[in-house]
Design a protein around this ligand. Structure first.
Ligand code: ZN
Length: 701
C-alpha cells in the first residue's frame, strides 16, 4: 500500500506538466450517482493528487479569465465569476478532508502533509493577486451606483473585506512575507493535529488482572478485552484515550491508581518530550500568528480574528467570560465540597480529592443526591431511538422529514444516509451519520461537515450533502449502541448544524457561512429539546422492553441536569481563557515556556487543581489546529443566543410553536451569512439577548 502511494504522488507531480485528464479518475468525472453523492467506493488514494493538481489548474485558469476579461469589471463578470470559481476544488476537497478525518491511515496522513502546503499556497496566491483585487475593488468602489439587492451587496462587501483581511492592500514585499508566514502556519497547524492523533492512538493502558477492573461495566470490559488471537495482548484488557473509553473508565473504575494513570496520560498528550510533542509547535504558531496580525495592522492575533466576528472585540469576549466565571467557579467549589464528603466516607485514605477522582465521585454524588447514574439512563438512549427523536423534533418544528436511503454511496461503511424533504415534499438534501469511534483512524470529538453546499446554480437550488460524525459508544456483543446523556446532547447539537446546512437558502457561496461565534446558535438551540419530557416520551424507550422512560426518572434527570454545571462551565471557561490569553499577546518572549504560561493563566483565574481545563495547551486542537483560534469562547457566546432564542418558544407555552420555528428558519437558518449576525438575531427575536436565560439554564443563578 505504501509503495503505491509514493508512485501516485510522483505521478501526480508529473501531472501538472501533462494536460490530459485522467478519464479513469472518479474525482475528475461527472458523478452520475444518486443525488450526485461522491462515488466514495471508487475513489482510490492515487486519484487525489492528480485531481487536486487539475483542480488548482482549472481554478487558476478561471481567475485568469476574470482578470483578462477586456470588459470593465462588473458584478457579474468579476464578483459572481469569482464566487463561482474553483468548482472542481470545491467538489473534491471535502471528499479528501472527510477521508482524512474519519478514515485516516499513514498513507492518508502523508498525502495530507503533501497537499496542505500546495493548497494553502494556491489560495494564498489568489487572495494576494493584485489584478484580481483591482477588479474587485473597482466594483466595490461603485457599490452605491450599482443596482444590487441586499444579498449581492453583502457578497460584494464581504468579498472586498476578505481580500483586505488577507493582505491585498500590502506592498509586494509584505505580501511575500505574509505568504511565507501563512504557509508555515498551515504546516504547523497540520503538525499539531497529526501529533495529537498519533499520541492518542499510541497510548494503551493494559490490564492483565481482572481484579483491577472492579467497578467497570460489562460493556466497557467487553469492548476492552482482546481475544486469544491478539498477537500482543491476548486475553488482556486494553484501554485507550478515546472519549468513549476514558470517560466511563474515570467514572466507573474503583482502582484509584489506574484512574490516575489513564487521566495523567490524557492530560499529557503531546507533552512527553518525544517526536509528537506540541510545545514547540505552539511556540511557533503563536509567534507566526502574531507576525501575521502585525503585518495586517493589528496589535495581536485575537484582534484580527475578532474583527469580523459577532463579538468584534477582545473586551466583549473577556467581559462575557468573566461574568460567567465567578458563579461557575463558586458552583464548582460547592460540587467539590459535596464530593469530598462522599469520598471521605467511601475511602478513609483519601485526604484530598484529585482531578482523577472527580468523575468517579461525581457519579457517586449523582447517585446519592438524585439516585441517578449514567447506567440507569443509557438503556433508554439507544442510538437509533435518539435519531428518531431528533427527526421527530425537526418534523414538529419545520415539517421536514427524513427517510433512510439504502444503496447510495456512503463516506464510510459505518455511515448511514437519509433523504431530507421539506414539508411540501421537495428535496432539501441528504444527511449522512457516522457515529462510532474508530481510534487512530477517526479524529476525536463530534462535528458536522458536508460534501456540497446549498446554493443556486442557473436558478436551480443545489441540494446540500451534509454529514454528522461522532465518536460514540459502539454496540458491544448483542447490546446496541446505548448513549450517555452527553452523547445524546451531542447528537442533537451536530444535527442542529446539519439543519442549518439543509435549511440554508442563499444564492452565493460567499454568503453561505456564519461567523464562528454565531454558527453554534443553530446547533446549541437543538440541545434544548433533547431532554424535554414531551420529546423524551417519543424517543427514550428501553432498548429491551420498549418501555418509555419512567416519569420519575425524567424528573430526576431534570433535577440533576443542573448539578455538575460548576465543573462543566469551569473546565470550558478555563480553556476559553487560555485560548484568548495566548492570542492577545503583543509580543512573544523568545524563551516562552508553554507549560508555565498555561499554569499562570489558570492560577490567575483561581482555577482549582481538581479541574483541569477542558483542553490543555498541547492537545487544544480548537485553538492550535486552527478553526477556533481565539474562538473557543464561541460556544458560550452562542449559548447566550440559544438560551435566549429558546425562550421565544417557551414563552408561547409551546416548545414546538410553528410560528416561532418558521421565523427562526426564515430569519436565521435560511439567511446564514447574508447579514450581520446580530441583525439576523434581532430580526428573529425583536431585541438583543441578555445572559439571564443562560445563567438560569445552567443553574448558576
Ligand atoms: Zn458545534
Amino acid at each position: 500500500m505504501k509503495k503505491l502511494v509514493i508512485i501516485a504522488i510522483a505521478a501526480g507531480a508529473l501531472f501538472s506538466s501533462c494536460s490530459s485528464k485522467d478519464s479513469g479518475n472518479p474525482l475528475l468525472s461527472e458523478w452520475n450517482t444518486p443525488y450526485g453523492i461522491p462515488p466514495f467506493q471508487d475513489i482510490k488514494m492515487e486519484h487525489y493528487m492528480p485531481a487536486f493538481l487539475e483542480g488548482m489548474k482549472q481554478h487558476n485558469a478561471q481567475i485568469q479569465d476574470i482578470i483578462n476579461n477586456p470588459k470593465e469589471a462588473d458584478f457579474e463578470n468579476t464578483i459572481v465569476a469569482y464566487d463561482n470559481s474553483g468548482a472542481l476544488l470545491r467538489k473534491i476537497s471535502p471528499v479528501f478532508s472527510s477521508l482524512n478525518s474519519v478514515n485516516s491511515s499513514p498513507e492518508v496522513l502523508a498525502l495530507a502533509k503533501e497537499l496542505s502546503p500546495l493548497i494553502s499556497k494556491h489560495y494564498n496566491e489568489i487572495s494576494l493577486n493584485d489584478s484580481l483585487f483591482k477588479r474587485v475593488k473597482f466594483v466595490y468602489d461603485k457599490l452605491e451606483t450599482l443596482n444590487l439587492n441586499p444579498e449581492q451587496i453583502r457578497l460584494l462587501t464581504e468579498m472586498y473585506k476578505g481580500f483586505v483581511r488577507s493582505g491585498a492592500e500590502l506592498s509586494s514585499d509584505k505580501k511575500e512575507e505574509l505568504k511565507e508566514i501563512n504557509a508555515q502556519i498551515s504546516a504547523q497547524q497540520l503538525a499539531f493535529g497529526q501529533n495529537l492523533l498519533a499520541e492518542t492512538a499510541n497510548y494503551k493502558l493494559v490490564v492483565d488482572n481482572e481484579a483491577d477492573l472492579v467497578g467497570l461495566s460489562d460493556a466497557l470490559k467487553k469492548a476492552a478485552k482482546r481475544d486469544e488471537n491478539d498477537p500482543e495482548y491476548a486475553g488482556k484488557w486494553v484501554f485507550g484515550l478515546d472519549n468513549p473509553t476514558i470517560i466511563p473508565f474515570l467514572q466507573q473504575s474503583e482502582n484509584r491508581e489506574l484512574r490516575k494513570e489513564i487521566q495523567n496520560a490524557y492530560l499529557n498528550r503531546c507533552n512527553n518530550d518525544n517526536e509528537y510533542d506540541n510545545k514547540n509547535v505552539i511556540k511557533k504558531l503563536i509567534t507566526l500568528r502574531l507576525q501575521r496580525a502585525n503585518i495586517l495592522g493589528f496589535e495581536n492575533f485575537a484582534d484580527y480574528q475578532l474583527e469580523n466576528r459577532m463579538a468584534k472585540t477582545t473586551d466583549a469576549v473577556y467581559g462575557l467570560l468573566n461574568q460567567i466565571w465567578i458563579p461557575a467557579l463558586a458552583a464548582a467549589k460547592n460540587e467539590l465540597a459535596d464530593m469530598t464528603v462522599i469520598a471521605k466516607a467511601d475511602n478513609k485514605e483519601i485526604d484530598k480529592l484529585e482531578a482523577y477522582d472527580w468523575r468517579f465521585y461525581f457519579e457517586k454524588a449523582m447517585a446519592s443526591k438524585f439516585d441517578l447514574s449514567d447506567n440507569q439512563l443509557r438503556p433508554y438512549f439507544k442510538l437509533e431511538n435518539v435519531r428518531e427523536g431528533i427527526f421527530y423534533v425537526a418534523n414538529q418544528l419545520y415539517g421536514i422529514t427524513f427517510t433512510q436511503l439504502n444503496n447510495v454511496p456512503v463516506p464510510h461503511p459505518e455511515a448511514v444516509a437519509f433523504e431530507c424533504k421539506d414539508a411540501d415534499g421537495s428535496l432539501l438534501g441528504v444527511l449522512f451519520m457516522d457515529m462510532f469511534a474508530r481510534p487512530g483512524a477517526k479524529n476525536g470529538g463530534a462535528w458536522c461537515g458536508g460534501f456540497r453546499s446549498q446554493v443556486y446554480e442557473n436558478g436551480e437550488r443545489v441540494a446540500p450533502l451534509v454529514t454528522i460524525v461522532g465518536n460514540f459508544t459502539r454496540p458491544a456483543g448483542d447490546q446496541p449502541a446505548l448513549l450517555s446523556t452527553d452523547e445524546v446532547e451531542t447528537c442533537f447539537h451536530e444535527f442542529g448544524h446539519a439543519l442549518a446546512s439543509l435549511l440554508k437558502d442563499v444564492h452565493y457561496y460567499g454568503v453561505g457561512g456564519m461567523t464562528r461565534d454565531f454558527v453554534e446558535l443553530p446547533s446549541q438551540i437543538m440541545e434544548h429539546w433533547a431532554f424535554e419530557p414531551e420529546v423524551l416520551k417519543v424517543y427514550a424507550k428501553h432498548y429491551e422492553t420498549d418501555e418509555v422512560i419512567p416519569q420519575q426518572l425524567v424528573d430526576k434527570l431534570e433535577k440533576a441536569s443542573k448539578y455538575g454545571q460548576g465543573f462543566a462551565t469551569t473546565e470550558y471557561l478555563a480553556a476559553s481563557f487560555l485560548d484568548m490569553d495566548y492570542h492577545i499577546l503583543k509580543s512573544i518572549p523568545e524563551d516562552i515556556d508553554v507549560l508555565k504560561f498555561e499554569e499562570d493563566a489558570l492560577s490567575k483565574l483561581g482555577l482549582i487543581s481538581q479541574i483541569p481545563p477542558r483542553y490543555r495547551s498541547t492537545y487544544f486542537s480548537h485553538s492550535f489546529g486552527g478553526g477556533y483560534t481565539a474562538g473557543y469562547y464561541s460556544y458560550i457566546w452562542a449559548e447566550v443566543l440559544d438560551s435566549d432564542a429558546y425562550q421565544a418558544f417557551v414563552e408561547t407555552g409551546d416548545i414546538f410553536n410553528k410560528e416561532v420555528a418558521s421565523k427562526f428558519r426564515k430569519e436565521v437558518l435560511a439567511r446564514a451569512g447574508q447579514d450581520e449576525a446580530m441583525t439576523l438575531y434581532v430580526n428573529f427575536r425583536g431585541q438583543e439577548p441578555g445572559i439571564d436565560a443562560l445563567l438560569k439554564n445552567r443553574g448558576l443563578k
